[in-house]
Design a protein around this ligand. Sequence first.
Ligand SMILES: O=P(O)(O)OC[C@H]1O[C@H](OP(=O)(O)O)[C@H](O)[C@@H]1O
Length: 333
Amino acid sequence: MTSDPPISDSVESTAADIASMETRGAATIAGAAADAIAAQARETADETADPEAFERTMRRAGRRLYDTRPTAVSLPNALRYTLGRMEGDDVDTLRDSVVAATTAFTDRLDRAQRDLGRVGANRLRDGDTVMTHCHSTDALSCVEHAVEQGKDISAIVKETRPRNQGHITAAQLRELGVDVTLIVDSAARRYLDDADHVVVGADSIAADGGVVNKIGTSGLAVNARERGVPIMVAAQTIKLHPDTLTGHTVEIEMRDEAEVIDADAREEIGEITVENPAFDVTPPRYVDAIVTESGQFPPESIVTLMRELFGESADRPWEEPDATTTDTAGPTA
Ligand SMILES: O=P(O)(O)OC[C@H]1O[C@H](OP(=O)(O)O)[C@H](O)[C@@H]1O
């Protein structure tokens, strides 16, 4: 018996880059995964004429990507869209179906971000100041479209420890010509008095409207509500987590303590525990609007859109057809 074709270098390197956060941000991760699936399909079709071996290899590649980071549902949703459209009786047809699906997926990704940007921009007025957390291409699209509409927008950018993705946000806002004030995370409440909106992205949105985003979002949202500053979540519909329709919770990624403290400082302090959760959950009551490519929604009604797009439950086309269902439930905040 001959063995199945290998996982392609493209999938291996994409998976490694996602795990190390060299490739990061929910939408970017989804696009990279789709591109890697396309590369895998092309390479596998060159290496086998056996349709079953092709399908098994594609599923294995899907699992390799799936296992990288657990929280952003854009990754499994990218696999759902691309591997879910794999069909055909011979390898060429199977390959073509997957490649066509990956192209359609990445087109939709770009279009969705532009469309939601226009919706989000309508919430911003000329002269407004937004406060941002982490780096979200969906959130930035809203600011970009507001600027294109001729609005003068300023930004207060939280640095977003431990990885300081706020620096990326600051640089990209400057490219848009937006005035930027960078603050440490703990200064957020003080500067909320100067903000007209909090604008953040999302890694996953649960059926109850809970928003899973970079750690610190929930505290920011509670403070913003107390200060009367509206909170807009910019999230294209690939951020909707269909497993939550059936009661599953969203796993919160715990990352290495080395991101929080270096070895020398840790040694100096003495025996301590260091925790590094990458995300938290903002309850729907603290969110004013979820802005998607299909318009804006109050968080409590997002479940209707989720059902429309995913039905009552989500399939897992990266698993072997006879595999027992893997529970995605994990610790949530
Ligand atoms: O899809 P876009 O809007 O670009 O990003 C969405 C979210 O992805 C990021 O996670 P990480 O930095 O990958 O851990 C941030 O939490 C950001 O808000």
